[in-house]
Ligand binder design. Structure first.
Ligand code: SF4
Ligand code: SF4
Length: 450
């Protein structure tokens, strides 16, 4: 049964919907005792996962049961916040319908980053993933709730062609939609009534971990939302600052107060990551290679920069740069400590979401983004061949081909250990195969009026 589920998930092109897009069929090829559905949605302003849990509760539960079957798990937990009342009610009904007492809801406190998978594993199981490890090391698999919906879809023969995402911030009508993969950011913002300010920037993802994106970029299988903010907003200014400015600020202003370390979720779990020591190295030119390589333990959650540091500094960006440089130099993570106990102060240092929203200056935008189910019919989509972890998908279509929604358009390259299939998200004609697959809606005869 495990291999049948894995094959269906692989064929359907399912990848982690809430993270970097790790192919789900690889994740399922493991034996664990616990599967955790991640419905925490801890990034401020985003609403997609709570809407998925409410709108597709039966599929979340079915997907969770399937992943338990594939991995041999005896416990299935859906982690969400109590404030997602509609989702909790619908999931409770779905669980009752299934009648399998091994599956349960788990209510998380409302803090950031409750959705970090290592934090989530600790909240649910009290186990601590070792330094540099993954949940599998402590007998758990974590899957985003939308990934589980896609697993349920895969078992019904449906490929991944759509993505739930929130469009919010300075837009006329914040909303959550299920968009065809490959529509442009501009088109998604237009669905929310367009931007309400002239000079704006767009974040792909949440305000904490999201990245600035151009209007021409497209929705992928991992997009969680777009946040439109005035270009002068502090969250945008921090993300737009060059690395040179970030490093100069660190040298000039870090007072080594260790506020960043005290707010770091990985440090609080007991890991040896101490961002204030890394800042000492950067700012003071100290030689401490152990401190520097501990940057490899950083999840880039941003708690240190948005909440811990009162000087406006960014240990997160410094760590991200160090990680990139260490990877380029071929340095592997040497820190592998097994941790049995979280730091005693952890319970007092979790970051309340409301306080974080206030600290980020986003209270004005902290509002509902209801699910709008009207179909989205774009004129064209562009499907990047690399929108998951692993080898880019290999096209199996040519310019001029006609495809239906759900048709396979690119496959995992032969011999690639990690990769994902790609499917047409709309019906139409292929107009480009060049790093992405472009599809124009309708067929040529219809477009030409013949
Ligand atoms: S919180 Fe800011 S000022 Fe304090 S040690 Fe960390 S980076 Fe330096
Ligand atoms: S971004 Fe900052 S708070 Fe988050 S894990 Fe890295 S050092 Fe810790």
């Amino acid at each position: 049964m495990q291999q049948e589920i894995i094959a269906a998930v692989r064929d359907a092109g399912v990848v982690g919907a809430g993270g970097a897009g790790f192919p789900t069929h690889i994740k399922l090829n493991a034996m664990v005792d616990t599967v955790i559905a991640n419905g925490a949605e801890c990034e401020p302003l985003l609403r997609a996962h709570q809407q998925v849990m409410a709108a597709e509760s039966d599929k979340v539960v079915a997907g969770l049961a399937a992943v338990m079957l594939a991995t041999g798990a005896g416990r299935g937990v859906i982690g969400l916040k109590r404030k997602y009342a509609d989702a909790a009610a619908k999931l409770t009904a779905a669980l009752e319908k299934l009648g399998d007492r091994r599956l349960e809801l788990f209510f998380l406190p409302d803090f950031y980053p409750a959705g970090d998978e290592q934090v989530l594993v600790h909240e649910v199981t009290r186990r601590i993933v070792p330094e540099g490890g993954i949940p599998l090391n402590v007998g758990a698999v974590v899957a985003n709730v939308e990934t589980l919906v896609n697993v349920a879809g895969a078992l019904a023969g449906k490929a991944v062609t759509g993505k739930y995402l929130t469009v919010t911030g300075e837009v006329a009508q914040p909303l959550t939609i299920k968009a065809p993969v490959g529509i442009s950011v501009r088109a998604a913002i237009a669905l929310a009534g367009g931007a309400t300010v002239g000079d704006f920037a767009i974040i792909d993802g949440g305000p904490m971990m999201g990245k600035l994106v151009a209007p021409e970029a497209v929705v992928t299988k991992t997009t969680g939302g777009f946040i439109v903010l005035p270009r002068h907003h502090p969250v945008i200014a921090q993300k737009a600052a060059s690395l040179k400015i970030i490093a100069n600020r660190a040298k000039a202003a870090c007072c080594n107060c260790r506020g960043c370390t005290d707010s770091c979720p990985r440090y609080l779990l007991g890991h040896g990551l101490e961002p204030h020591r890394i800042m000492q190295v950067i700012g003071g030119g100290l030689q401490d290679s152990a401190a520097v390589t501990r940057a490899l333990l950083c999840s880039e959650c941003g708690a240190c920069e948005a909440y811990g540091c009162t000087m406006g500094l960014s240990p997160r960006r410094i760590n991200a740069e160090l990680k990139a440089q260490l990877a380029k130099a071929g340095v592997k993570n040497p820190h592998r400590a097994e941790i049995t106990q979280a730091r005693w102060e952890r319970d007092y240092r979790r970051i309340p979401t409301k306080r974080l929203v206030a600290r980020l200056g986003l209270e004005k935008y902290d509002r509902p983004a209801p699910l709008v189910t009207a179909g989205v019919a774009p004129a064209e989509v562009r499907l990047p061949l690399a929108q998951h972890i692993g080898a880019p998908a290999c096209p199996v279509v040519r310019i001029g081909d006609q495809v239906a929604a759900g048709d396979l358009v690119a496959v995992i390259p032969q011999g690639a250990a990690v990769g994902a299939n790609l499917h047409a998200s709309i019906a139409g004609e292929i107009f480009a195969v060049e790093g992405f697959i472009g599809i124009r809606a309708g067929n040529r005869a219809g477009r030409d009026g013949q």
